[in-house]
Design a protein around this ligand. Structure first.
Ligand code: TXA
Ligand code: MG
Length: 353
């Protein structure tokens, strides 16, 4: 994806990713940028796309709202590849897509409001933010380490066929480069991300054309985090008044995010070289100390920021449980996904107000 020695790095990465199940093909496929990447959504193309998803690669697919950049939602490395492909400067949590509501209910906890909205609007342009079930298999990176998860059942025959064929939930933001508009045709996807996606399933132009409405149901009052394809009036007709997200004074609020970042209870010390007595170490790179009195976990022993992103939230949580006074964090380079990692580390190091 970047200019620095891609194929060798990818070979290493593929080898290292075989540990823990699931290989990692995303960047390998990223080297081609041919119009042939766009495949009319025949049964065969859908089957091929499903196999790619299962192998950890990225596939763009149509939903009724916009095209999504899909990855296996249960794989941290596949989800990290999504953030890398979009060049996001932060880890905005992703929507996880399911073939049917029942599959979603195995991963998040539905209350009465959620059930009413799912019955009324799914499949459709509505995303529900709900508490994650303990022990659910969804990547922590997909929800930025949060205990909540955004879930949706899309209403598009191709999107649903892909979800069924893949047999697993698919994490998918809009299939565009960070900071550009959401794609509503396969051609838009190819123009924005063409060299970063294994395959683009062409299902024609999107019917709705704007993103799904995002409703946060994790608090006492339902909150509109993002207006979208389903009118808020229609939602209010089902579950009553919706609160607007906080705006105005204070720091700018990105949807559903302020005060809700995952932050460890243990204080963080950034830019550490070695741990002090009593500290755990979140290490990075080949030169990290290994013989330390406290717990040490290495985000990437090869210094690969994409691998580090895949490990970030699970390792932060593991060290948070290690009973250390402080988690010392080594420096992660401010390049590629390193920017998003550092953004999140800095937030985690800032005590809540
Ligand atoms: O229509 C859509 O929603 C499209 C298609 C592909 O499904 N997807 C999409 O994803 O627009 P994305 O990543 O561009 O937007 C996801 C939105 C963001 O505003 C994000 O902050 C919010 O959902 N979100 C996701 N998970 C969240 C969570 N756990 N808590 C709060 N907000 C969340
Ligand atoms: Mg988007």
């Amino acid at each position: 994806m970047t200019a620095d020695g891609p194929s060798q790095k990818q070979n290493e990465r593929q080898k290292s990713r075989h540990i823990g199940g699931g290989s990692f093909f995303g960047p390998h496929f990223a080297m081609t940028n041919k119009p042939s990447q766009i495949h009319p959504a025949t049964d065969q193309a859908v089957a091929e796309a499903a196999a790619l998803i299962s192998a950890g690669a990225l596939v763009a697919f149509p939903t009724e709202t916009v095209y999504g950049l899909g990855a296996d939602a249960t794989s941290d490395s596949a989800v990290a590849a999504v953030f890398a492909a979009k060049d996001r400067p932060d880890f905005n949590p992703l929507i996880v897509h399911f073939a049917e509501a029942q599959a979603a209910s195995r991963v998040v906890v539905f209350d009465q409001r959620a059930r009413a909205l799912a019955r009324a609007f799914w499949p459709g342009a509505l995303t529900l933010v709900l508490p994650r079930r303990p022990g659910n298999p969804i990547s922590l990176l997909a929800s930025s380490g949060l205990d909540t998860l955004a879930v949706r059942v899309p209403d598009h025959p191709v999107g649903r066929a892909l979800l069924e064929a893949a047999g697993r939930p698919i994490a998918a933001p809009s299939a565009n480069h960070s900071g550009t508009v959401s794609p509503t045709t396969a051609g838009h996807v190819a123009a924005s991300l063409g060299d970063r996606v294994a395959l683009i399933l062409d299902g024609g132009p999107c019917r709705v054309g704007i993103e799904s409405t995002v409703i946060d149901l994790t608090g006492a009052e339902p909150v509109v985090l993002r207006p979208g394809g389903i009118a808020t009036e229609a939602i209010e007709a089902e579950i009553g008044a919706l609160a607007a997200p906080e705006t105005g004074a204070g720091p700018a609020r990105s949807p559903g995010m302020i005060g809700r970042h995952y932050a460890p209870r243990t204080p963080l010390r950034l830019d550490a070289q070695t741990p002090r007595p009593g500290e755990a170490l979140l290490a990075f790179g080949p030169d990290a100390p290994t013989q330390t009195p406290g717990e040490v976990l290495n985000l990437s022993t090869t210094g690969d920021v994409e691998e580090a992103a895949a490990n970030l939230f699970s390792m932060m949580r593991a060290l948070d449980d290690a009973q250390a006074t402080v988690i010392a964090v080594m420096t992660v380079p401010e390049a590629g996904l390193g920017r998003a990692i550092n953004d999140r580390l800095r937030r985690a190091a800032t005590p809540p107000d």
